[in-house]
Design a protein around this ligand. Structure first.
Ligand SMILES: Nc1nc2c(ncn2[C@@H]2O[C@H](COP(=O)(O)OP(=O)(O)O)[C@@H](O)[C@H]2O)c(=O)[nH]1
Ligand SMILES: [Mg+2]
Length: 323
């Protein structure tokens, strides 16, 4: 509305009828121009992966989004049809009074048709801003989501195996970041995701937003790699590390889970044996498929684990098509 006011042509030197037509055209152009994002937005939302929808739905109501879009689309059509209709009525006006009356009516109808959508436009504006700040996770490619208590070596693993340094992106609606690394196994491009502060603690301790942000990860195809730390300086006792896996599993279920007992270069033998026993128990309970020993700092050890997970889970679910 401000834009319309500031760009409203004075129409000096024009015939009254031309002046009114120019004014109407200005209103039409501004509204159509400023709402043209709607087409792109519709195309984008139509093809949006469920992962991103789940994130959107943490803050936005899907029905309200669709209502806002339909309001704006309808208003755009109406405004175009008003323009078609009223420019002829303006030309056909026989008296200055009729010209003024027709012009006022035309402007009023255009403005009110878009004003009806002002709440919706507000909503769509924040949606667009939200979409622009989404982390660049590609939910179409096989993904290993790295989970586990703090200091178990998640970031180290991703750094060791990634072809480039991992990207860090804010995770919507949380204060947390998401780290994304890339890896290629034979012809398969793999994405590795680390979510510090999210998959490293019990969902019981999370607020609702964080829990829903975790739940959104369910929509990404792939596997969960759960790291444990069997060294004496671990962040939490070994038993608790495995208990946490069981808790997280409720939120990440549906994907194959793998356990990597990390830092075996520094782990005492008895703790390693204990970790092995606990890992087997988890597999027995159906909470994990396999377990590995790993040294995340070591490239060959880390990539062996990742390769095996790819072999075991991801390639079956996403067969690589022949070129
Ligand atoms: N000895 C040893 N230390 C490791 C290994 N992997 C990671 N670390 C160390 O463990 C600490 C925590 O690792 P980090 O990757 O930050 O853990 P995160 O909190 O799970 O991301 C760091 O000091 C790493 O250097 C490993 O395989 N062996
Ligand atoms: Mg980390």
């Amino acid at each position: 509305m401000e834009r319309i006011r500031s760009r409203y042509p004075k129409g000096r030197g024009l015939k009254p009828v031309d002046r009114e037509i120019t004014r109407l055209q200005t209103i039409r152009n501004i509204i159509i121009d400023r709402t043209s994002f709607i087409k792109q937005l519709v195309r984008l939302l139509d093809n949006l992966h469920p992962f991103y929808w789940r994130l959107i739905e943490i803050e936005f109501n899907r029905d309200e989004i669709h209502k806002a879009i339909s309001c704006v689309s309808k208003s755009r059509k109406l405004i175009s049809s008003f323009w078609d209709k009223y420019r002829f009525l303006l030309l056909a006006s026989e008296t200055p009074r009729e010209l003024r009356r027709t012009s006022t009516e035309a402007r009023g109808r255009m403005m009110s048709s878009i004003k009806r959508c002002s709440k919706g436009l507000e909503l769509l504006r924040s949606l667009v801003v939200f979409l622009q700040h989404l982390p660049s996770i590609n939910p179409e490619i096989p993904t290993i989501i790295v989970a586990g208590p703090p200091s178990t070596g998640k970031s180290t693993l991703i750094k060791t195996v990634s072809t480039a340094s991992p990207q860090v992106a804010p995770y919507p609606f949380t204060t947390k970041n998401i780290h994304i690394g890339h890896y290629t196994y034979k012809d398969t491009r793999i994405q590795l995701i680390d979510t510090p502060g999210i998959l490293d603690r019990s969902p019981d301790e999370m607020n609702q937003v964080e829990r829903r942000a975790v739940a959104a990860l369910k929509e990404i195809p792939g596997a969960i790699l759960y790291l444990v730390d069997p060294t004496p300086t671990s962040y939490m006792p070994l038993q608790d590390q495995f208990r946490l896996l069981a808790k997280i599993h409720r939120y990440t279920g549906g994907k194959p889970h793998y356990i990597a007992v990390n830092k075996v270069d520094e782990a005492p033998d008895d703790t390693l044996r204990e970790a092995e026993g606990l890992a087997k128990m988890m597999i027995g309970k159906g909470l994990a498929r396999k377990y590995y020993h790993m040294v995340a700092k070591d490239h060959s050890s880390a990539s062996q684990v990742v390769d095996d997970i790819v072999e075991d889970s991801i390639r079956q679910a996403h067969p690589v098509s022949q070129p």
